[in-house]
Write a protein that binds this ligand. Sequence first.
Ligand SMILES: [Ca+2]
Length: 164
Amino acid sequence: MRQPAGRQVQVALILVALVSVAIGLAYLPKATVAEDSDMNRITTRYPAIIGSRIDSCDLCHTSNIPDRNAYGRAYKSHGRNTAALAAIEALDSDGDGFSNLAEIRAFTFPGDKNDHPAQEPTATAPATATAQPTVRPSSMPTLTLVPTVGLPLPSRAWLPIVLK
Ligand SMILES: [Ca+2]
């Protein structure tokens, strides 16, 4: 059965469009697809970050995606999976003095050394507040033994005492 020429052109255009979409999907950068599963892994392990400032590509990438920051490189080198997230929690990927987990809990970027939690209070601060005051010998009052009458004092006697 022969179709009209206009109908054949319409079918040909639809086929070309479908083939173009298929080719486009086949050549989509794999990193884009993978990033979605990476973010799913991260937000599954750290649900508190959803909607926070670190719930973004910047968690693992530099501003020049697909380049990775120090945290992203550690994640990749440890297997780029859920186990990798756990394995790098104790690391300080960006070298700012805070573990990756401490940074994630504080919603700071573990791959940016210029972004980190506020300094933790020192351990000695509470102890100082509750410490007993010390009495220095120089602050003690001067004691002087004064005989009340002309009797000689026994060698170990110390009463009466008069404070001056
Ligand atoms: Ca950091």
